[in-house]
Design a binder for this molecule. Sequence first.
Ligand SMILES: [Zn+2]
Length: 83
Amino acid sequence: MKVLTCKELVELVTDYLEGKLPPDDNSCFEKHIAGCRNCTAYLEQMRTTIQLTGMLSEDAIAPPARDELLNIFRDWNKGQDEK
Ligand SMILES: [Zn+2]
């Protein structure tokens, strides 16, 4: 079984979280994680980021408030130009 370096692991982390790694690479990944505290921390950080991003994109599907803000901002810009 090949041994992953930390750099290689970081490159595979997205595929791992999406379940896209081939079984062999998956085993190497988990073996490295089991023995490397830094990469465990990195993996947890990636998981959290993905969860947060998911929540953020749900927030983005609430357009009325955003449109209102954009209108206000546009009017404000107009006022600036006419000065
Ligand atoms: Zn590592």
